[in-house]
Design a protein around this ligand. Structure first.
Ligand SMILES: Cc1ncc(COP(=O)(O)O)c(C=O)c1O
Length: 383
């Protein structure tokens, strides 16, 4: 049976799709160390630097003796902790949802929620660039998948019209391209056809909205919010895990039917506490979001001045440049590393064929000089 492995790995070699890992030590101030060499980190999703925040570290140090580390079992056995409950309540209160469940990761949240909500008879309409975790949920559920062209509301409407009732799904900030979804238009579409709307806010939480509470920050009244909202703790909140929010009815169903919630060990209480502390820091230190936004604006401006082919000028921390060819993107990322910058080369299947990207993610801790130097190196390397 392993005879196919050889030909599959040859395929990856041929297409420059082989993945390799670096053992990376994350450090404060947007730095990483690899084999003791220091790099400016333009790769991480810890956009607000909360994963390295002294207050978050302090909470963990202070509580480890009381709480231990692991949660011990799945949430339906003994793994659901008071800290997890507090975290669910905090998000429900802040975002105005009736109910929530904390998952061990955003991947498990999306694959589990989508597959629990739809079945072989259902259709899901989603953006063509939605994350693998959403696609895998659809595959697992065997639902019919209809993907509209990226951010094309007219195409979404045509698919919804043809396939209602269906579930409509988008990301708020697209993880690889850094584009912003037309959330208000999509929400209106879902209201117009009376279909549920699911938003994956993995890269929007901490980044969008007046105070960083994500895609729905500022959407005041209940009926304008997405019916289901997923937030990963592994990005701007600097930890790991995720939360899904919705009505009592929907979350009650997910609790009963979601296999990736039931059949896995619950998120440890210490991580739940660290996320609660990260939320406090987010509120107390608003300068983090302001710095991040300043850095995004600077990056967009300098990239424009240097005529770099940025995918979008949106105010999101994922700033990607279209390269196209897999080998070339690896080469460019390697050259940037030689110059002290750690920047991700993104290849299929994370992006469509011939759409390889150089994905720079910005942090609140980058300095203007980091950005100027990166753009200068990019210009040199791309020319
Ligand atoms: C849009 C999106 N959704 C979900 C996930 C999964 O989140 P997590 O890293 O918490 O598993 C990711 C991360 O890769 C993502 O980019």
């Amino acid at each position: 049976m392993f005879s196919q492995l050889e030909s599959r790995s040859q395929f990856l070699e041929r297409k420059a799709l082989v993945r390799k890992r670096d053992a990376v030590r994350n450090a404060p101030n947007a730095k990483v160390y690899i084999n003791s060499e220091e790099y400016v980190n333009f790769c991480s999703n810890d956009y607000l630097g909360l994963g390295q925040h002294p207050k978050v570290k302090e909470v963990i140090k202070n509580k480890i003796d009381d709480l231990g580390f692991g949660s011990g079992s799945s949430p339906l056995l003994s793994g659901y902790s008071p800290e997890c409950k507090a975290l669910e309540e905090k998000f429900c209160d802040a975002l105005g949802y009736e109910n929530a469940l904390v998952f061990p990761s955003g991947y498990q949240a999306n694959i589990g929620v989508v597959s629990a909500l739809v079945s072989r008879e259902s259709t899901v309409v989603c953006d063509a660039l939605c994350h693998a975790s959403i696609l895998d949920g659809m595959i697992l559920s065997r639902s019919k998948m209809r993907r509209y062209r990226h951010n094309d509301v007219d195409h979404a409407q045509a698919l919804v019209e043809a396939h209602s009732p269906c579930l409509l799904i988008t990301e708020s900030v697209f993880s690889m391209e850094g584009t912003l979804a037309p959330l208000v238009e999509l929400r209106n579409l879902s209201r117009c056809y009376d279909i549920p709307f699911f938003v994956d806010d993995a890269h929007g939480f901490g980044v969008l909205g007046e105070s960083g509470w994500g895609a729905i920050d500022g959407w005041e009244t209940k009926n304008v919010k997405p019916d289901i909202l997923a937030i990963s703790f592994g990005k701007a909140l600097g930890a790991s895990g995720a939360i899904v929010l919705s009505s009592d009815k929907v979350m009650g169903h997910i609790l009963q039917y979601c296999r990736s919630y039931r059949y896995t060990t619950a998120l440890p209480p210490l991580i739940c506490l660290s996320v609660l502390e990260s939320l406090n820091v987010m509120e107390e230190e608003k300068w983090r979001l302001q710095n991040l936004r300043r850095n995004i604006r600077l990056f967009n401006q300098y990239a424009k001045d240097a005529a770099l082919p940025l995918i979008s000028q949106d105010i999101t921390p994922v700033r990607s440049i279209l390269i196209g060819d897999n080998r070339r993107v690896l080469e460019i990322s390697g050259r940037l590393k030689e110059r002290g910058f750690y920047v991700a080369a993104i290849r299929p299947p994370a992006v469509p064929e011939n759409m390889a990207l150089l994905r720079s993610s910005l942090h609140c801790d980058h300095t203007e000089s980091d950005i100027i130097r990166l753009i200068a190196s990019l210009k040199e390397t791309l020319s």
